[in-house]
Design a protein around this ligand. Structure first.
Ligand SMILES: NC(=O)c1ccc[n+]([C@@H]2O[C@H](COP(=O)([O-])OP(=O)(O)OC[C@H]3O[C@@H](n4cnc5c(N)ncnc54)[C@H](OP(=O)(O)O)[C@@H]3O)[C@@H](O)[C@H]2O)c1
Length: 270
């Protein structure tokens, strides 16, 4: 039996609790910590999982999943360091926080796995990238992969690729939301009512995502299959290329990677 504590049951923490329960993990193998007593009570009622304080979580849990905002990490580490059990695994979901931060602040030899999840965890379709810290081995990665596998897909990456991953899949859902929003506006421009435009575009996005996910065909092949000679799609593609959409995406994702590096440096320097 592996007891898991989720430290900070906000949006991501709650999504993980819910996914673990749906994946068949018994409620009595889970605990969580949460600052607001009303939210703690509501979560306990909704999921049948116990809300505890950090010291009790450290006593009970073999795996502690840190899901507070990165700016709240310092007080949490102060609380955790004196009570952490030897050998307990720390799983950090906090964007931009390096494993070395935990290794410096927690007892010597504490295994840490860093995760970059994304918000589709809320619907069980997360993309999570995991990296082992200095003291985490393949057994720790296997365990984290199994846990996060209940709320989506998991990839293993070296920690030095986490900034790129943050820019690709961490922020990735926002790029799709942005595209969908712009395409709905295009529907408005063409005189389609907003609700209908939204249905047309969102279902097209869902269908396209499923084709990408289920088939083994490259996106170029799928796109070419709907781009007939002198047809409508090629006219749209020409405009996308003319407006530099491909170059804009490359530059945008590079800028996101650079910002992630910048945010991480604040913690490396401490
Ligand atoms: N949401 C995303 O898109 C996303 C994607 C990838 C990674 N992440 C990472 O996931 C983490 C959580 O994000 P979120 O969006 O779920 O944030 P959130 O909704 O603000 O959840 C964090 C929760 O932890 C609570 N908390 C803070 N300090 C605590 C402590 N010492 N003990 C117990 N609970 C504490 C917060 O309470 P208060 O509200 O009172 O502070 C809040 O309820 C972040 O580190 C973020 O970088 C998020």
């Amino acid at each position: 039996m592996t007891t898991i504590a989720v430290l900070g049951a906000g949006k991501i923490g709650e999504a993980l609790l819910s996914g673990l329960l749906q994946g068949g993990r018994p409620a009595d193998e889970l605990v969580f910590t949460e600052k607001h007593p009303e939210r703690s009570a509501a979560l306990s009622e909704r999921y049948g999982v116990k809300g505890v304080d950090v010291a009790s979580a450290a006593q009970l849990a073999d795996v502690l999943v840190v899901a507070v905002k990165p700016q709240d990490i310092e007080p949490l580490l102060d609380e955790l360091a004196p009570v952490l059990r030897p050998g307990a695994l720390i799983v950090s979901l906090c964007a931009g926080l390096p494993t070395s931060l935990y290794e410096r602040r927690l007892p010597e030899g504490t295994p840490v796995v860093r995760v970059m999840p994304n918000t589709p965890m809320l619907v069980g379709e997360a993309m999570s990238a995991i990296s082992a810290g200095r003291f985490a081995g393949s057994g720790h990665l296997d365990l984290v992969e199994e846990l996060l596998g209940t709320v989506g897909k998991v990839a293993r990456v070296p920690e030095n690729q986490q900034d790129a991953v943050t820019a690709l899949s961490g922020s990735g859902p926002a790029y799709f939301f942005f595209l969908v929003e712009a395409m709905i506006d295009a529907g408005i421009l063409l005189g389609i009512p907003r609700e209908l435009a939204a249905t047309l575009i969102i279902q097209s996005a869902v269908g396209a995502a499923q084709m990408l996910n289920q088939g083994d065909q490259h996106p170029v092949i799928l796109r070419e299959a709907v781009t007939s000679p002198a047809g409508t799609t090629i006219m749209a593609i020409r405009e996308l290329e003319r407006h530099g959409v491909r170059a804009a995406l490359l530059a945008a994702i590079e800028a996101a990677r650079d910002r992630s590096v910048e945010l991480g440096q604040a913690h490396e320097a401490e």
